[in-house]
Design a protein around this ligand. Structure first.
Ligand SMILES: [Ca+2]
Length: 346
């Protein structure tokens, strides 16, 4: 098995941004969500996307929710620091302490910094369908009891998970993607087994596309990305069609813009011809068991290209520094000047 980059086609761009915190809600996904720059999370505009239900059903609803192509939604967290204590955000406890409770912070501070001046049903700001009823958090007290919050009066409670409460979707970080990653493959080989996925031949040049947030600095100018950094993922391979079944993702980009590691897997829901999990890696290997014949199969694409395209963040005051580097195994990197923007080699 070989692993070959094609430098001429593989461009890597790293987006470096300089953004300040404004204590504001920023429209995202065409107004379908708002980024809360104080808590560094994004709230769905429609507070009733998945309606009311039991705690378990709201958790399941979040995992299936896709808004404008973005998955990875969850219930709000009422114990962000995980110390087992839920902050009530009472007067005098302070805004910093209140940020431990995402619901409490939204209710008492909202987009601002003044206590008791937040988002409530009578003053919902940009949010829709905000009701006086109770909302589930993702914070469990024990196996049968979860914390819940009243956006009407700011009361914290713990209730049996069988209760019917609301489910307001939030997402870690900013859902505006920082970059789009396209991975394309060619030179397919059937290692063994039958053709599956409803295919009559292996696709000549399949493509996988991810949109990612800014990732995490990994030291020395490198950046690492995990499953939580993936905002959306798309793949078409026979009758395997994304985007909502990505189960693992890990990518490392070094300071020179070279992708030094990339692996991921999809576990699509079983269909007549697909039985998950289907493991796709880099280079592109596809393994599984064909349902029709019961035989194991393995396919490999010998060649891989990675293209990472930065996505400008819609902030008028943002400073964008783009570094464009040729990707190769020896880490070739060059500085460019594009459209008047200042480009720095990294
Ligand atoms: Ca806590």
């Amino acid at each position: 098995m070989t692993w070959r980059f094609v430098p001429a086609a593989a461009l890597m761009a790293i987006l470096l941004t300089s953004l300040s915190t404004h204590a504001a809600l920023h429209s995202r996904l065409g107004g379908q969500a708002y980024y809360d720059d104080q808590l560094d999370i994004t709230w769905a505009t429609n507070t009733n996307h998945i309606s009311f239900g039991t705690w378990s059903s709201r958790v399941a609803g979040m995992s299936a929710l896709v808004i404008d192509g973005v998955s990875g939604w969850r219930l709000p967290n009422m114990d962000v620091n995980g110390d087992g204590t839920v902050e009530g955000c009472s007067f005098g406890s302070g805004q910093a302490a209140c940020s431990d409770n995402e619901f409490g912070h939204m209710h008492f501070y909202g987009a601002g910094t003044a206590w008791n001046n937040g988002i409530v049903p009578g003053n919902p700001g940009p949010f829709t369908s905000l009701t006086i009823f109770t909302y589930w958090s993702n914070t469990l007290l024990d196996s049968t009891t979860a914390y819940a919050f009243s956006m009407s009066n700011g009361l914290v409670g713990a209730a049996d998970i069988g209760n019917i409460f609301g489910g307001w979707a939030v997402h870690d970080g900013d859902v505006n993607p920082s970059s789009i990653v396209d991975v394309t493959y060619d030179s397919p080989v059937i290692d063994f087994g039958p053709l599956s996925f409803g295919l009559t031949e292996l696709p000549a040049a399949p493509e996988v596309t991810f949109s990612l947030n800014a990732g995490t600095p990994a030291g020395g100018g490198a950046t690492s990305y995990g499953l939580g950094d993936v905002l959306s993922a798309d793949i078409i391979f026979g009758d395997v069609i994304g985007p909502n079944h990505l189960t693992a993702f890990a990518m490392e980009v070094d300071a020179g813009g070279v992708t030094t590691a990339l692996s991921y897997s999809f576990s699509p829901i079983d269909t007549a011809t697909v039985q998950g999990p289907v493991i796709l890696n880099f280079p592109f290997t596809v393994t599984g068991t064909d349902i029709a014949s019961g035989q194991a199969f393995s396919y490999t694409y010998a060649n891989s290209d990675v293209t990472i395209t930065p996505v400008p963040i819609p902030e008028p005051t943002s400073l964008l520094l783009l570094a464009v580097c040729g990707v190769s195994l020896v880490g070739r990197c060059r500085a460019r000047r594009l459209g008047g923007d200042e480009i720095h080699s990294v």
